[in-house]
Design a protein around this ligand. Structure first.
Ligand code: BTN
Length: 330
């Protein structure tokens, strides 16, 4: 174990208490100067440590930065987030995760970034977020699945994220089919699933999740300021990203394992509990064509069933939904 790691382990045991520089140097078998150097380094990384070599040091906790060590510490999963790659700045975590998956990285490998320079959304749109304010991450998955069932995984994920947000903040978010998380009609989170597959079998999937956590209204580009929101804007206070990410990984792993074992039905039930699309008048664009009608249901495979004005029912397995305003709605 390197010295910095050993020092953090001692600090964690003594969280909130003063420990003298001398005691630390004795425990770690190094000079007080060496201790002081490591303390300075940890402070540079954002760790909160009070005090001086003379008065002793008091550890107050890690920063809300998604360092692999902190993500893994206390994480209650079997394989999600056991391998973590953290970037201060990267093009797209999905892109990195796809490359790692191709190289054979195991299921559950997590790629997380403080900032993306080429973050991507659905429909080839960019996904933008200022450094350190959002949760931006991707997971490598290797399900044994035929490609046409991949949309189910995106619905499974939407329900997992909605539950994690609820547990972490108490907020009830809604899901617009297939997997846009909304709060009072404004977008809070997006999910982008990308894959590499042969005709009959998925080789690997990358689950990319972007959650607007601590952005302020001005952090969004002007054209999104009326349609996007963040947990901080809703709650009126800063929200810690690290515990939200950890809880989300735990829930995602449970739900994903259940999906692999029992199929889509249990997740579909959960998804239905969060959805805000059914019963609404919607417009949906599918492969360049646009349809309007009533969102009448979600099929067993997660497709949206749309009732056209003439009464016909069509099934859409992908597409972008716009919820139309109901009468009297602002
Ligand atoms: C959407 O358009 O709603 C999906 C947005 C997905 C954004 C996330 S952020 C982390 C991951 N890396 C990316 O480049 N995209 C996804």
């Amino acid at each position: 174990m390197i010295l910095r790691e050993k020092l953090l382990t001692v600090f964690e045991k003594e969280m909130g208490n003063y420990v003298s520089g001398e005691e630390l140097s004795r425990k770690l078998g190094v000079s007080r100067t060496a201790v002081w150097k490591q303390v300075s380094k940890l402070r540079e990384l954002g760790y909160r440590i009070d005090g001086t070599t003379r008065s002793g040091y008091r550890y107050l906790g890690p920063p809300d930065i998604l360092y692999p060590r902190e993500v893994r510490r206390g994480l209650n999963t079997r394989f999600f987030g056991k391998e973590v790659l953290h970037f201060q700045r990267v093009g797209s975590t999905n892109q990195v995760a796809l490359e790692l998956a191709r190289k054979g990285y195991p299921e559950g490998t997590l790629v997380v970034a403080e900032e993306q320079t080429a973050g991507r959304g659905r429909w080839r749109r960019p996904w933008l977020a200022p450094p350190g304010k959002a949760l931006l991450f991707s997971l490598v998955l290797r399900p044994s699945l035929v490609p046409y069932r991949v949309p189910e995984v995106t619905l499974v994920t939407g329900a997992s994220v909605a539950r994690a947000i609820h547990e972490h903040t108490g907020l009830r978010v809604g899901i617009k089919w297939p997997n846009d998380l909304l709060y009072e009609g404004k977008k809070l989170c997006g999910i982008l699933v990308e894959m590499e597959a042969a005709a009959e079998q998925v080789n690997y999937l990358v689950l990319g999740i972007g959650i607007n956590v601590n952005q302020e209204r001005d952090d969004f580009p002007p054209e999104l300021q009326d349609t996007a929101t963040s947990l901080r804007m809703i709650l009126g206070e800063k929200v810690l990203r690290l515990p939200l990410l950890q809880r989300l990984l735990e829930i995602l792993e449970d739900d994903y394992q259940e999906y692999c074992r029992d199929g889509f039905a249990p997740s579909r039930e959960r998804w239905l509990g969060y959805q805000v699309t059914l019963g609404r008048r919607v417009r949906i664009s599918v492969g360049g064509k646009e349809f309007s009608g009533e969102a009448a249901g979600v099929a067993e495979d997660g497709s949206l069933l749309l009732r056209l004005p003439g009464g016909d029912l069509i099934s859409c397995n992908s597409g972008e939904v716009v919820l139309c305003r109901e009468e009297g709605e602002p």
